[in-house]
Design a protein around this ligand. Structure first.
Ligand code: BDP
Length: 721
């Protein structure tokens, strides 16, 4: 009786509450029970027991993860066994018996240290599945891959999967402050609970590591690029160490941001000059101190002489001096330095889009070999659309690391559904033409274009304390997709969307096709309703939430939207051709040549490179003004379509996630209209032309849109401006 009572209690009290929010927390590692009996049987035939050869924390977590998934898929325990039919073997190649090793001999030569092999083999008349690799981390990645094959309902009867990451450093950048606010974070506070570390180890830390390992992310920068030197003190190193220990079995290295003035701030020396012997020694000692606690510490990420951060220029030294000093300090421990190229100066009248190139390209080949120069995908700043950064391809003798932003600073925060892998893919596929045709950005990043040993990709995280990690349920897909593209920068965004949907929601085709389509179109939708035809950086300043094309009163010219759109009675757009800033000359031919004329510039970049009259005739025969207005409207209509698509999906999604997405899409729809109306009202004063009939008249007058203020918008940078 008591037992029945407690079961009832569990059912009544916990079940309805627990299930849905747990779904959201579990990300793409849902491990939904496999209901199709034929499929289930085929999986149970494929493996009934596991044999983990060898012993290590990474093999342990691999075993644990597979057992967890197995139980969740089949409601059965995965047994352990030494031999027999239907055995799954997990082993580092060194642990493998000679006969099995010879089965994979040639394949093992084709994988790198993090790659893996999954093979169906015959062993003494028994069918077995082997997951093997050169390292235990490779085995872990293989284990997640096998689980994924089941999540995707793929056939397991004849496996021959050989895979390796194409990029080495696959790193999340957390812009997390020590007080737990997150710069440009829209999913709550920082997940790092510094105050309670190192004693309190939250289960979220492990789940964070599992999620990242499942997509191959192998590094995390714990702290904001606008750095606080306190993180380098003994008190904090102990806390960092505690996190590193949780992450280590999952193959994730921790990195910290290094505030350039840390030696000075520590009070130990009275300068931070990178050529000063005491300063150099200070960094060496600091590195030794960190590595003594965290032997696999990854290294430092540095934002120097950018937006008020201290750097070598403060001492009349160069980025090379600064980066090489830190590189020397971490080199004995195999550490690296990720030195950011996101620099632009308030005193420099040069077009902001040109400054990083002007400053860094002359340094090509002068950085030490453990330095990666980290470059944002575009030359301005994480806009809904930018052409690729001209530095890619222009520094063949320097390893360049890609920096994408996963958090949606300029793309509607965590309220808008925007599937960012579509944006990432567009940049990676762009041809730089530096070594002739097909010199894509992906090839620069994976090192194949100029034979680079050190390679990397960074993503500014969208993760916070929100129960579902990312605020918007679909924000998870951009985290997922970043990891997949860091592993393989040639993957298609469609494939990524499909995988993520199946793993996160359901395998039902009637769900997968329309929602994949929705995700893929979501990126172009945001471009249309925020910054069509090459417009950029017209978000309201400071918080970057909502439209603010009118803003012109900030002290630094390049912080004002009017700097970027340059709208006046004559026309609109930034002339970056020879008659303007000539930023175009930083690109190789044929791009430079082709984009020098508006007629041959792709319309998506038109106003990025050209200032054109309002009545300029576009490809479709209409005026520029007409197309600007109708494109804004198309953006709104795209969101309407997204709303409709989602509303038809109710039967496939749990109530909580369904409703949350539906409500957020309503916000997105409302805000897309706000963008259209505010921008068209503003630009119309210059064009003096009528809004086309197919586009609704703005709901309010311009003064209304200008009057809107958002002092408490999330993610704002403290003491910004
Ligand atoms: C800009 C953000 C600012 C960051 C900066 C950076 O507005 O908060 O500190 O980039 O990347 O996008 O350093």
């Amino acid at each position: 009786m008591n037992q029945i009572k407690s079961i009832l209690l569990v059912l009544i009290c916990c079940f309805p509450l627990a299930t849905f929010s747990q779904n959201d927390y579990k990300l793409w590692l849902q491990y939904d029970s496999i209901e199709d009996s034929e499929l289930k049987q085929s999986y149970l035939d494929a493996f009934k027991a596991i044999n983990v050869m060898g012993n290590s924390p990474s093999l342990d977590v691999s075993h644990k993860e597979i057992s967890k998934a197995y139980h969740s898929f089949f409601n059965e325990e995965l047994k352990t066994a030494e031999s027999g039919d239907g055995l799954l073997i997990l082993a580092n190649i060194d642990q493998l018996p000679a006969n099995m090793r010879s089965d994979v001999k040639s394949d093992i030569e084709n994988i790198n240290s993090e790659g893996y092999i999954i093979m169906s083999l015959e062993q003494n008349g028994n069918k077995v599945i082997l997951i093997t690799a050169k390292t235990d981390i490779g085995v872990l990645y293989g284990s997640f891959r096998l689980i994924k094959e089941m999540q995707l309902h793929n056939d397991l009867s004849n496996l021959a999967i050989i895979d390796s990451p194409k990029i080495q450093k696959r790193v999340l950048n957390h812009w997390d402050n020590l007080d737990r606010t997150v710069e440009r974070g829209y999913a709550g506070f920082s997940i790092w609970d510094w105050h309670l570390l190192p004693e309190l180890i939250k289960p979220e830390y492990t789940d964070y590591a599992r999620a990242n390992a499942s997509i191959g992310i192998n590094g995390t920068v714990l702290t904001n690029v606008n750095a606080n030197s306190l993180i380098l003190t003994e008190q904090y190193i102990e806390k960092v160490k505690a996190l590193a220990e949780v992450f280590r079995p999952y193959g994730i290295q921790v990195y910290l941001t290094a505030r350039f003035s840390a030696p000075l701030e520590s009070g130990d020396v009275d300068t931070a000059d990178p050529l000063n012997a005491e300063v150099r020694q200070w960094w060496k000692d600091k590195a030794d101190e960190i590595y003594a606690e965290i032997p696999d510490f990854g290294g430092f990420l540095v934002k120097a002489n950018s937006e008020g951060q201290p750097g070598p220029n403060n001492y009349d030294r160069t980025h090379v001096d600064g980066a090489n000093m830190l590189a020397e300090a971490v080199a004995p421990h195999n550490g690296i330095v990720m030195w950011r190229a996101f620099v632009y100066s308030e005193d420099d009248p040069e077009d902001r889009a040109k400054q990083a190139y002007s400053e860094f390209v002359p340094f090509d080949g002068r950085f030490k070999e453990n330095v990666l120069v980290q470059v944002k995908n575009g030359p301005i700043d994480f806009q809904p659309r930018e052409p690729f950064h001209p530095v890619f391809g222009a520094m063949p003798n320097t390893p360049l690391m890609m920096e994408f932003q996963i958090t949606q600073e300029y793309l509607g925060f965590a309220s808008h559904l925007v599937f960012l892998p579509k944006l990432f893919e567009e940049t990676l596929e762009e041809d730089t033409y530096v070594n002739g045709e097909n010199s894509t950005v992906a090839k620069v990043i994976d090192g194949s274009l100029s034979n680079k040993k050190l390679t990397g990709m960074a993503g500014v995280a969208n993760i916070g304390t929100a129960k579902n990690w990312t605020g918007h349920p679909f924000g998870q897909s951009s985290w997922y997709g970043f990891g997949r593209l860091a592993w393989d920068p040639y993957m298609s965004s469609e494939e990524i969307a499909e995988e993520w949907l199946k793993m996160t929601f359901t395998n039902e085709e009637a769900f997968i096709y329309p929602v994949t389509d929705l995700m893929i179109k979501s990126r172009e939708a945001v471009v249309k309703y925020m910054t069509p035809l090459g417009l950029h950086h017209i978000m309201d300043t400071g918080h970057h939430y909502g439209p603010g094309p009118w803003v012109s009163n900030l002290s630094r010219p390049e912080w004002n939207p009017v700097y970027y759109h340059k709208a006046d009675e004559e026309g609109i757009g930034f002339d970056r051709t020879q008659s303007g800033s000539d930023a175009l000359s930083q690109y190789a031919n044929p791009i430079a040549e082709k984009y020098s004329s508006p007629e041959t510039t792709p319309e998506k970049y038109l106003l990025w490179f050209h200032h054109l009259p309002w009545d300029y005739e576009m490809d479709n025969g209409e005026t520029l003004w007409h197309n600007l207005a109708t494109t804004y409207q198309e953006g709104v209509e795209d969101v309407e379509e997204m709303v409709d698509t989602w509303n038809n999906m109710e039967e496939y999604v749990d109530k909580e996630r369904f409703e949350k997405v539906a409500m957020l899409l309503q916000i997105q729809l409302k805000e897309s209209k706000w963008w259209r109306d505010a921008c068209l009202s503003y630009f119309q004063q210059f064009s003096g032309m009528e809004i086309p009939e197919s586009v609704p008249q703005p709901e309010h007058d311009l003064e209304y849109y200008k009057s809107l203020e958002f002092p408490f918008a999330p993610g704002i940078r403290p003491s910004w401006e």
